[in-house]
Design a protein around this ligand. Structure first.
Ligand code: FPP
Length: 254
């Protein structure tokens, strides 16, 4: 059987651009290294975040050719509030500007955008823009881009557990029926498949509270590249590496 397939939009492609069947369907990225990238150039950390935001566009655009249907990116963690007020305010302003600026392009490129994370600490203007971008792209069926903003895996599981407990208390859920299929229905990611491949840039080999439940069987790539230097070619290489891995999900090959 050929290892090449038609694109998700159904248009026939030649072998040079067609996505690999055995590549990752869902890629999740911890975009790290913006601060060091800026420091190496003698510039403030926010300069690195702006350069990082420009990388997002290239990476989103190359997904269809790589067969990546779901892309989830870690933009701001529940721990990132501990940064200086200047950096936090600068990042929030960057997110507002990014959404306003990219809305039309994302919609036109058939990208469906979702946000995960807790919105309670986000400002009203940013929430309004997030809602607008989700609405504007909700009919799209190309790349599913999920942006994790004020997201923490433990926080997500805690919020999910609270809702699950409320359903039990309200008599909507039988505690005896709770199994490992139940909790994911309460997670922010409930409509998404689990990530196949989690990439972290900048040489750090940790997952920093990202998609804790969902990544139980993901493959990991920790690469030295700082996020503002990450390219579509590097993503293509990592997708090829993934294709050569042997995923057994705890089973033994027969
Ligand atoms: C981690 O690098 C990066 C962040 C906390 C912010 C990620 C944000 C972006 C890539 C920009 C915009 C994203 C969107 C969706 C518009 P770091 O600051 O911890 O780098 P360091 O480890 O070198 O200090």
């Amino acid at each position: 059987m050929s290892s090449w397939q038609k694109s998700d939009r159904g248009d026939a492609q030649d072998a040079s651009s067609a996505p690999r069947v055995d590549g990752p369907r869902h890629v999740a990225i911890i975009m790290d290294g913006n601060g060091r990238w800026a420091q190496a150039r003698g510039r403030p950390r926010l300069f690195g975040h702006h350069a990082g935001a420009r990388r997002v566009r290239e990476v989103v655009e190359c997904c269809p050719a790589l067969g990546v249907k779901y892309l989830t990116i870690f933009a701001f963690s529940t721990e990132n509030w501990k940064r200086t007020q200047v950096e936090v305010a600068g990042l929030m302003s960057l997110f507002r500007r990014y959404i306003a600026k990219e809305m039309k392009a994302l919609a036109a490129k058939n990208v469906r955008v979702r946000f995960i994370g807790d919105r309670v600490r986000l400002d009203a203007k940013l929430i309004q823009l997030m809602d607008a971008l989700e609405r504007e792209t909700e009919a799209n069926d190309g790349t599913h881009l999920t942006i994790a903003l004020n997201y923490g895996g433990r926080d997500e599981v805690a919020r999910a557990t609270k809702r699950l407990a409320q359903d039990v208390a309200a008599g909507k859920l039988d505690p005896e029926s709770v199994d490992e299929e139940t909790l994911p229905r309460y997670l922010d990611t409930h409509v998404l498949p689990d990530p196949d491949l989690v990439i972290r840039t900048s040489g750090e080999a940790r997952i920093s509270n990202f998609l804790l439940w969902q990544s139980a069987y993901a493959e990991y790539e920790f690469i030295d590249t700082l996020w503002p230097d990450f390219t579509s070619e590097e993503l293509a290489r990592l997708c090829r590496n993934y294709g050569s891995r042997d995923r057994r999900f705890g089973a033994v090959k027969t």
